[in-house]
Design a binder for this molecule. Sequence first.
Ligand SMILES: *Cc1c(COP(=O)(O)O)cnc(C)c1O
Length: 349
Amino acid sequence: MTEYTAPLRLRLDGDALVHNWRTMARLSGSAACGAAIKADGYGLGARAVMARLARAGCRDFWVATWAEAAALMPVAEGLTLSVLHGVREGDLELAAKLTSVVPVLNSIEQIGRWVSHFAGRRCSAMFDTGMNRLGVEATKAGEVAAAGLNLDTVMSHLACADEDSTMNEGQRERFEHIAMQFPRARKSLANSAGIALGADYAFGLTRPGLALYGGIARPELAEVIRPVMRIEAEILQLRTVRAGETIGYNATFTASEEMSVALVNLGYADGFWRALGPDGVAEVTGEAARIVGSVSMDLIALALAPVCEARAGDWARFDFDLAECSCRSHMSAYELLTGLGARFERRWG
Ligand SMILES: *Cc1c(COP(=O)(O)O)cnc(C)c1O
């Protein structure tokens, strides 16, 4: 029996991923550079991303939840895997099992919970410096310093690093003031866009996510970040559509002349959203093929060029340029990446 091959796949470029991490590491100056691999490595596959970046020298990794950490076990010696959402009551059982995993504690309540169950065990702390997302209030830094934690890293997160906002400098200054109160812990503020803001934002450890996966978090990164991912979907059927006939749900496309159409195995359930349909183009046997009709849950129709000699079983390639798709769909590059579904075979080259 031959092995099952999925009719849709992500072509992932391992060299580009490592190039992007090395680029963010270089832009981080003397700070260490880690990698955010939450949401299954932004849809690319957290385990594969972690293995590749660890081989390249990355030592710090962040996921959002304990379930995500559990899925990455065992973690190789010398790597630090952290859980950004800290520790809930419901996490205690997993936290007791995953003894090497480090929670990023986000509130006085979480700190109390950690100390009462795991006193002396390594943890990190997140402070809010103005985003009003997860984090201990900046005014409580003294209270955290006095809690007797075995602190690995003190962190905060920038709200507007992808914009030229005065808020960036304000958050940086507030963080610097907090950081002074933790002389022995590592300090970390910058995500991908924050790294591009300059050396002042790097502190001791940076936390890029998006840029590793080919997202352009700020214009400064456009020239140095490489795309990591392409989509390929198999042609399941070819058909001839006559002039005047329509294609797909709600008959949104009408053929003005006889045309050849390929039905490919890809749809919005895979994260190829309906908003990407209009003006969307793929490539089939070297020819451009336009998306016609609305994107279905599991299928897309492509109009083949008259010279195209495709057959069922051939593959259509979608380049999924994040900036361009983001513009077309009014969705962020983050949403497009993390929406990539479970049905893709993720094939690294
Ligand atoms: C997701 C996340 C990151 C990575 O952000 P990017 O914008 O993808 O580089 C860094 N830090 C925290 C706290 C995060 O939640």
